[in-house]
Design a protein around this ligand. Structure first.
Ligand code: MRU
Length: 333
């Protein structure tokens, strides 16, 4: 199956698909140094928790060409480029551990190998998540997803989309509802795009339609990704996930969080300790560059919210399906 490929490594550069331009245009952009990589992550030309970890890892390979000190400086810039997704910090820390042990002449090669390992592990995790999560979805179910936890956010199968891609590959019918996901519209621009490209039955709705859809009995399961899962199972994901989780609970619909173990942060005790990124007001006052609000209006723009663990039916990682109580099971992962 043709999946949307969000990035590739070309030995001396990272080539990304600029996600800000989708779905209107498929524009590739070369990232040739750490400044380019930081800019691409901050401006969300590349986004999605696992993907920013992978791209940051390759960014450190680029930095290594200028010596060990450059890698450490770059590691600091990349680690802080976006605060919520823990995959970014985890990937950078893995690369830093390599720097600590590699000799000067082998550092570039050692870092490149580690970046490949991170990318391959995420790809394998996606497929395994899909196989596990598929057990939770019955044929003909209407499945709602939020934001983009798809191939564009990570590696071939995505996380929340992995069961949908695998069901489709197996010839099983799957009906997906994708929320548009204001303010940056990852659901409309990316999830609807990549699923439709793959030939999957996807219906786009605005964020405010979720309750109606659930009340009409059209949604049988909610499957979302995660940017960070705390030790007690509380989960940070794209803003709006919490609202959907409350609605799902009210309608007795299961909500599954799908994420690789690289999104689990057992050192963060609860969701209250997860740093939530606040982004520029222009994301709310404009839609694709067009002003939709009065100039100067006060804006609050948290990019993520916390879904408390009691609203999560199960967490699916590459290692399997876990259900509440989460604390011990997460510690073991
Ligand atoms: O701000 P983004 O687009 O980088 O947000 C990350 C996400 O895509 C979602 O929160 C997603 O559900 C988790 S990442 C697979």
């Amino acid at each position: 199956m043709a999946h949307s490929e969000p990035m590739r490594w070309e030995g001396d550069r990272i080539v990304i698909l600029d996600q800000r331009r989708l779905p209107q245009e498929r524009v590739e952009r070369a990232l040739c140094n750490v400044g380019d990589v930081v800019d691409a992550i901050v401006t969300m030309a590349v986004r999605g928790a696992p993907l920013i970890g992978i791209v940051a890892a390759y960014g450190l390979v680029l930095a290594a060409r200028h010596g060990r000190a450059s890698v450490l400086e770059a590691a600091h810039m990349l680690r802080t480029a976006r605060p919520t997704a823990v995959n970014l910090m985890r990937a950078v820390d893995r690369m830093r551990a390599i720097v600590a042990t590699a000799s000067d002449h082998a550092i570039v090669q050692a870092l490149e190998q580690e970046a490949h390992a991170i990318a391959q592990e995420e790809a394998r995790a996606n497929y395994a998540i899909g196989i596990w999560a598929l057990q939770l979805i019955r044929p003909e179910d209407g499945v709602l997803t939020h934001c983009n936890a798809g191939a564009l956010a990570t590696a071939p199968y995505g996380t929340a989309t992995a069961p949908m891609y695998i069901a489709h590959e197996q010839g099983r019918a799957v009906k997906v509802y994708a929320t548009e996901t204001r303010p940056v519209l990852q659901g409309a621009r990316l999830t609807a795009y990549e699923l439709a490209q793959a030939g999957i039955d996807v219906t786009l709705i605005t964020d405010s339609m979720v309750g109606t859809l659930m009340a009409q009995g059209k949604v049988h399961a909610v499957v979302v990704g995660a940017d960070r899962i705390a030790a007690n199972g509380d989960t940070a994901n794209k803003i709006g996930t919490y609202t959907i989780a409350v609605l799902a609970k009210a309608h007795n619909i299961p909500l599954y969080v799908t994420a690789p173990t690289s999104s689990i942060d057992a050192r963060t005790p609860t969701g209250a300790h997860i740093p939530i990124e606040e982004r520029d007001a222009s994301e709310v006052t404009t839609i694709q560059g067009t002003l939709v609000a009065p100039v100067g209006v006060h804006v609050y723009n948290p990019a993520f919210d916390i879904t408390p663990h009691h609203l999560i039916t199960a967490i699916v990682t590459e290692q399997g399906i876990i259900r509440a109580p989460y604390e011990d099971k997460i510690a073991r992962l």
